[in-house]
Design a protein around this ligand. Structure first.
Ligand SMILES: Nc1ncnc2c1ncn2[C@@H]1O[C@H](COP(=O)(O)OP(=O)(O)OP(=O)(O)O)[C@@H](O)[C@H]1O
Ligand SMILES: Nc1nc(=O)c2ncn([C@H]3C[C@H](O)[C@@H](CO)O3)c2[nH]1
Length: 219
């Protein structure tokens, strides 16, 4: 791919975004943009006391993402014009809508809209749709100590917010049922996705519940 093309991978916590973004970027010889969650000094406090730290943690994520996308997306590298990111800019607003009070969200949205109006939007969104049990299993297996407090109810609220976001999202979107794809262990699943991306097959919204649907789509 020689034209600038920006792909965002999304999904709930532990869905496999970073894993897929890293593999896809390598396969496409693209630049990878990974979320800098470890730089957020409030995440641990947030999981221990969400009400006290929600506004702080959401502001910190928003500032971090703005800085990262602003710096990277303004300079298109002629040799690596394709970007793969493990988040969509909208992720900040989505988490904020779940975690903030109405009054806090109003203020937050004001800043978000001012900052992100000039940030380039992804050309393609790949959404990993996963069951709460899959997310909990992945979070547990990954073993970040501060995520031990994540409850299924929190993941369900986020899944609901993602569902609502997808209903209104109008650029090219591919929704994959995460449990039917194993990009880590099955190179053919990754190849199918690479072909779809390279041929720019996705125009509107497409959902694939298993690899056969992607094979059929490729023809
Ligand atoms: N296809 C897969 N099959 C099996 N395990 C997977 C798969 N993809 C990811 N995992 C595992 O699930 C865990 C979470 O993956 P990853 O960190 O990529 O998720 P994430 O969506 O980026 O999470 P976060 O929202 O916290 O950033 C990791 O332990 C990873 O190895
Ligand atoms: N509150 C909150 N707002 C965000 O915008 C946000 N983005 C990511 N995260 C959490 C999820 C994982 O634990 C960890 C890595 O994704 O960071 C967030 N938490």
């Amino acid at each position: 791919m020689k034209e600038p093309y920006y792909i965002a991978i999304e999904g709930n916590i532990g869905a496999g975004k970073t894993t897929l973004a890293t593999l896809l970027a390598r396969a496409l010889d693209a630049r990878v943009i990974l979320e800098q969650f470890a730089d957020n000094p409030f995440l641990n406090e947030f999981y221990s006391n969400p009400e006290r730290w929600a506004f702080t943690v959401e502001m910190a994520f928003m500032a971090e993402r703005y800085q990262q996308l602003h710096d990277l997306l303004i300079e298109i590298d002629l040799f690596q014009p394709v970007f793969v990111s493990d988040y969509h800019p909208f992720k900040s607003k989505l988490f904020a809508s779940v975690n903030l009070s109405e009054k806090e969200y109003f203020l937050y949205e004001h800043f978000f809209d001012m900052l992100f109006k000039k940030i380039r939007k992804p050309d393609l969104l790949i959404f990993l749709s996963a069951e709460t049990n899959t997310l909990l299993k992945n979070i547990q297996q990954r073993g970040r100590w501060f995520e031990k407090k994540i409850e299924p109810e929190y993941l369900e609220k986020l899944s609901e917010a993602y569902k609502n976001f997808l209903k209104t999202h109008s650029t090219a979107t591919l929704i994959l049922k995460r449990e039917s794809f194993d990009f880590l262990k099955n190179p053919e699943h990754l190849n199918l996705l690479v072909n779809i991306v390279e041929q720019k097959k996705i125009q509107g919204l497409m959902t694939a519940t298993d690899p056969d649907e992607l094979r059929a789509f490729l023809g």
